[in-house]
Design a protein around this ligand. Structure first.
Ligand SMILES: Nc1ncnc2c1ncn2[C@@H]1O[C@H](COP(=O)(O)OP(=O)(O)OP(=O)(O)O)[C@@H](O)[C@H]1O
Length: 252
C-alpha cells in the first residue's frame, strides 16, 4: 500500500455560473470571448485538507454550506474552479452513483453498468449481481425500469453496488437519511464494517453517528473550512453555533 494520503484537497474553490436569462448561455458560447453573460456564485473557498489511508472523516455544516459540492469534486462529478485534488485508490461514491442511472434501464442493468464503472470485471459482476440484488432488497422492482423507482429504491441500488465494489475509499453523501429504518440499519452496519480497513469521507446531519465513526470532523461554513479536528470538539462547537443562531432567529 502506498503511503500517499487517500484524499488530498489543495486550495479548492468552486464557482457556479448563474445565467439570468435562458438564452444567455447560448450568448456565452457565441460571444463569451468579448463579454461575460453570467454571474459567478462562489460556493467553496480555499478548501485544504487530507484524509490519510484508513482514516474516517465526517463533513458537517448547514444546508447550502457546500458539502455535496465538495464531495462531487472529489468523486470527479464536477470540476473545481480553483485548486487541485488527488484521490488514491478505488472510490465508491455512494448516492452520487445514483444520479448517473439510466431511468429507461432496469435496476439489474443499471447495477451491472454501475459495478463495471466502479472497476469490477465482467466475471466479478456476474458473481456479485445476485448479492447486489439481495442487498438492495427491492424485490421484483429490480427487473423494472428505474424511472418507476422511488428515491429510496434508487438509493438502495446505488448503495448495494458500492457495497460490492471492493472499494478502498467510501464517499458517502447523506446515505443514512434516504432509506427506511431497516435499510438505514443495514447501511450503518456496512459502513462500520468497511471502516475497519477502508477510508471514509462522509457527509451527514446525523452528528451522533459521525461522532461514533469518525477520527476527525470537518465543519464547512459558507464554503470555508471553519474547523477540522477531534469529532467531539468540532461537533460541540457546531452545535453551540447552531444553538446561538436559533436563539438569535427566535429573538428577531
Ligand atoms: N449546479 C448548481 N448551480 C448553481 N448553484 C449550485 C449548483 N449546485 C449547488 N449550488 C449551490 O451551491 C451551494 C452549496 O450547495 P451544496 O449542495 O454543496 O450544499 P450542502 O452543504 O450539501 O447542502 P445540504 O446540507 O442542503 O445538502 C448552495 O448555495 C447551492 O444552491
Amino acid at each position: 500500500m502506498s503511503s500517499k494520503p487517500s484524499i488530498r484537497c489543495a486550495g479548492i474553490g468552486k464557482a457556479f455560473q448563474l445565467y439570468a436569462h435562458q438564452n444567455d448561455q447560448l450568448k456565452q458560447v457565441l460571444f463569451g470571448l468579448w463579454k461575460q453573460f453570467y454571474t459567478e456564485k462562489w460556493v467553496l473557498h480555499d478548501v485544504n485538507f487530507t484524509v490519510e489511508k484508513g482514516e474516517h472523516v465526517g463533513v458537517i455544516g448547514r444546508n447550502g454550506a457546500g458539502k455535496t459540492t465538495l464531495l462531487q469534486i472529489i468523486c470527479g462529478i464536477t470540476m473545481p474552479t480553483k485548486g487541485t485534488f488527488e484521490v488514491d485508490g478505488r472510490v465508491a461514491p455512494i448516492l452520487a452513483l445514483g444520479s448517473a442511472f439510466d431511468g429507461l434501464l432496469t435496476g439489474r442493468e443499471n447495477a451491472r453498468i454501475g459495478a463495471a464503472i466502479l472497476g469490477l470485471s465482467r466475471k466479478e459482476v456476474d458473481e456479485r449481481i445476485e448479492s447486489i440484488a439481495a442487498f438492495a432488497d427491492i424485490g421484483s422492482f429490480f427487473e423494472q425500469p428505474m424511472r418507476t423507482y422511488s428515491m429510496g429504491m434508487v438509493s438502495r441500488v446505488a448503495f448495494a453496488i458500492c457495497a460490492h465494489a471492493n472499494a478502498d475509499v467510501l464517499i458517502v453523501d447523506e446515505a443514512l437519511s434516504v432509506g427506511d429504518a431497516v435499510f438505514q440499519k443495514k447501511c450503518e452496519t456496512y459502513i462500520k464494517d468497511f471502516s475497519r480497513n477502508g477510508t471514509i469521507l462522509m457527509v451527514s446531519h446525523d452528528l451522533n453517528f459521525l461522532e461514533e465513526l469518525c477520527d476527525r470532523v470537518l465543519w464547512l461554513d459558507k464554503g470555508v473550512v471553519r474547523e477540522i479536528g477531534d469529532p467531539k470538539k468540532v461537533i460541540a462547537a457546531y452545535r453551540a453555533a447552531m444553538e446561538t443562531e436559533n436563539q438569535t432567529a427566535g429573538a428577531a
